[in-house]
Design a binder for this molecule. Sequence first.
Ligand SMILES: Nc1nc2c(c(=O)[nH]1)N[C@H]1C(S)=C(S)[C@@H](COP(=O)(O)O)O[C@H]1N2
Ligand SMILES: [Mo]
Length: 319
Amino acid sequence: MLIRSPKAWELPESAVTPENLYHLSKRRDFLRALGVTGFALAARDVVAATAGFPTRVNPAYRDPALKPTPYEFITSYNNFFEFGTDKAEPKINANKGWQTEPWTVEIAGLVRNPFKIEANDLVMKMGGAEQRVYRLRCVEAWSMVVPWDGFELSKLIALADPKAEAKYVKFTTFVDPKNAPGQRAGNLDYPYVEGLRLDEAMNELAFIATGIYGKPIPNQNGAPLRLVVPWKYGFKSIKSIVKIELTDKQPKNTWQVLQSSEYGFYANVNPTVDHPRWTQASERVIGGGIGGRQKTLMFNGYEKQVAALYAGMDLRKNY
Ligand SMILES: Nc1nc2c(c(=O)[nH]1)N[C@H]1C(S)=C(S)[C@@H](COP(=O)(O)O)O[C@H]1N2
Ligand SMILES: [Mo]
C-alpha cells in the first residue's frame, strides 16, 4: 500500500492539529472538501492529516518554544550534494525524473533478522508515522526547525534484532549517477555514508523521517527515508537511505573521509568547539530575516536526552 500517496479514506473524522504547525487555510479547504466539519483545534496526541498522509503529533516532541520554519524554506534551502553544491540546486535537480517510489531499503550486517523492504511497507510495519518538531543545525552555522513525520530508529533496529557484537550502525545513500549530477561530477566520495554508535542510534531522539509538515518528504529533503539526529550537525542526518548495516567497526563517514581535521565521527553540536574556519557559538536562523541569529545550544538543545551517551568522553577530541 502506497501510504505516501494521497488516500482520502485514511483520514479519521477527528483529524485535527495544532494551528501553528500547519498551513491552516489549506487544511481547512482540504477537510471541507472531504465533508469533515466542526473540527476543533486540538489539545494533545491528536491525529493530524494533511494531503492524505496520516501522522500523529507526538506532544512529547513538540516544544512550544520552537517555531517551525516555513515549509518553503525547509524544502528550497538544502544540502544534498548528490544534486549539486548550491543550496537551491537540490530542489531543481532532484525533481527531474529521479524516482523515489517504490524504494527498497536493506537492513543487514550483525543482526539475527536481516531483511529488505519497500519504504512504504516499512512505514506500515513501524505502525505508521508520528510527528516530531526538531531543531536542525548545519555545521555551516545555519539552523531551522522542522516538523518531521516518521518513526523512531530504535523500532527498526529492534526489529532487525542486533547480535551482541554489533556496536555501530552504518547508513548508505543510493548511487545513481544518471539522475544525480553531483555523483557524475564526483563532488564527494560516493555513496554518501554515515554512522552512529549503536547506543546513539537507540536513543529515543534518533528518527527516520518520511514526511515534513504531514506531507511526503520531498526528494530534495531525502525521500523516501532519511535519518534525523537532532543533537548532531546536519551532515549526520543522511538522506535517501538504501542500506542500514549493523557493524562491529566504527564506520568512516563521508565528511570525515573528506576532511578529518574539520569533520569527525561524532559531530555533536557544541558551541564551545569552533570549526577551524568559523565560530560555532551562534547560528543564522533560516527564514529569520536580516540579522536573524541566535546562540547555539549544547547538543543543539537536547543535552538532557543525550549528554549521558558521552559521559567521560573528551568532546574536544571526539568532535
Ligand atoms: N546523502 C546525503 N545526505 C545528506 C547530505 C548530502 O549531501 N547527501 N547533506 C547533509 C547536510 S550537510 C545537511 S545540513 C542536511 C540538510 O538537510 P535538509 O536539506 O533537509 O535541510 O542533510 C545532510 N544529509
Ligand atoms: Mo550541513
